[in-house]
Write a protein that binds this ligand. Structure first.
Ligand SMILES: [Zn+2]
Length: 243
């Protein structure tokens, strides 16, 4: 098969079209290639043996044996050092919590005697003020951590206010944000948590992939899991953050 000289511009156009189609297919292939597995998004992991995680130095923590994703820990250690330079002590109270850990927290609360006679929906709503259902916690991801105290009242004290002021001023530069802010902006889900900070460069990707891969059918295996749909756990709680 031979081509005449006057056919060359048409040939170039055809080649260009073919190249564009290839490029579009390739980029959509990359987009659909998720970085995280369903197990990682649901917390079905063991950070102690997972090469993507690293143990937080004990000087930063309330106890040993706490883990973060390596890139999150790197950023946190920089934040920790910046705080130290201002004579502020950051203390990690909680970091990565796998599914089974969250399940033990949830199931223990579910069995509380104060809930005797409550409907499952009301019981779940009450626990969900501050605790996540297993399979829906950002603590599963290795990107989020609780700092210094688990009560907002601590952050009203002089010491707590200094910590909070520092985190608000300097957290953002290193990628950290308070995702459970006041709900006055219309945010749904958990109550305000001044202690819960998230490393957004990774957690925002994980949230995106969670929304693509996880459905309420995947959220199971604990007390009260039958109400995940009626409570709209993914829409109201997993996505109930200030972006
Ligand atoms: Zn938290």
């Amino acid at each position: 098969m031979t081509f005449k000289k006057e056919q060359y511009p048409r040939m170039t156009l055809v080649m260009l079209c073919l190249f564009s189609i290839l490029l579009i297919s390739f980029s959509s292939l990359i987009r659909n290639n998720n970085s995280y597995t369903k197990d990682e998004l649901l917390g079905k992991i063991n950070p102690a043996s997972d090469p993507n995680f690293s143990e937080i130095p004990s000087k930063c923590c309330i106890r040993s044996g706490m883990y973060l994703r390596i890139e999150v820990l790197d950023a946190f250690l920089e934040l920790y050092k910046n705080a130290e330079d201002e004579n502020i002590k950051l203390v990690v109270i909680s970091a990565t919590r796998p599914f089974h850990h969250q399940k033990s927290i949830w199931d223990k609360k579910w069995e509380r005697s104060q809930y005797m006679g409550w409907q499952d929906f009301e019981k779940a709503r009450d626990i969900l003020k501050y605790s996540s259902m297993p399979g829906t916690s950002r603590h599963h991801w290795g990107t989020d951590l609780d700092l210094n105290a688990l009560e907002n009242s601590y952050f009203e004290t002089k010491e707590g206010n200094n910590v909070y002021d520092f985190l608000e001023r300097c957290g953002g530069e290193l990628g950290f944000a308070q995702v459970y802010t006041s709900k006055s902006n219309g945010r749904t889900g958990y109550e305000e948590e001044k202690w819960h900070w998230s490393y957004m460069p990774v957690s925002s990707v994980m949230l995106e992939e969670y929304n693509e891969l996880i459905t309420t059918k995947d959220i199971d295996g604990f007390n009260g899991s039958a109400i995940v749909d009626s409570i709209q756990i993914i829409a109201n709680f997993v996505n109930g953050i200030t972006k």
